[in-house]
Ligand binder design. Sequence first.
Ligand SMILES: [Zn+2]
Length: 294
Amino acid sequence: MTFAEKLRAELATVTVKPNCCRRALAEGLLLGAEIDGQRQIHVRYTQEAVAELAVEILSRQYGKAPEVTQWGKCGHRYWDLSLSAPSCLKYLRSLDAEDACVDSVFHFQCDACRSVFLRGVFLAVGTVSDPHKSFHLEFKLPHARMRLLSAFLTEMSYPARTVTRNGQAGIYYKDSSSIEELVTVMGSGTGIFEIMNSRIEREIRNNENRATNCVARNIEKTIAAATRHIEAINKLMEAGKLESLPEALQETARQRYANPDASLDELVAIHVPSISKSGLNHRLQKIMEAADEI
Ligand SMILES: [Zn+2]
């Protein structure tokens, strides 16, 4: 089962008691439905648990059980429901009316209605990527209904991005915080923890990567500095100028030459006689200046 299928299976089992919320759930489940020339309503679901819930909810809401046809083989199965009910037809026509707006089309009566509607929409036309791979939640629906769902989501304080592909609209989110909140609002108890856990794991991984990159950068810097020092000392030796430097600089040059992989801190620790880091830096600077003068 994909993550989206697991989430849908979980959401399909959440019980809905008040009549107003059942109606809101039916309206959400029908957001991808179409009407044919014989005034027959058709709606397709890609998951058995969702089709079963839709049959139960639509039967109660419209007083008539939809006919169910199952198609396809494992991996690509879908369930087509068909129904003819005047009040359902009226709702679908109102969805596609030019002046349709959230308040005129949907019937939200209690505080929970909107969440239940959103759950129905997700079950019918929603999908979500595996949070261990990426964060992407999308609703795919007929283009004419994009504006309506977008307005609903904006009213809920979740403005979404939209895209159109082959006459179908996609309304989507890519940020983990909106996805976490939406999945919570839909009523998920276990799916939400998987999303949150993957976000936290990802944050920890990013921090570790940042720390590793920082260490790698420091090692590169150490090597680059040591290479410059050794080059300068070689140049001084070849020119026979090393012996003419003050004794302290010669001593530092010898120790740098003997420990090419040591960082400055390590060089300070092994330096005899002992020296401060700034003192060591100063001497190395002098050695490089002397080499530059050649
Ligand atoms: Zn309600």
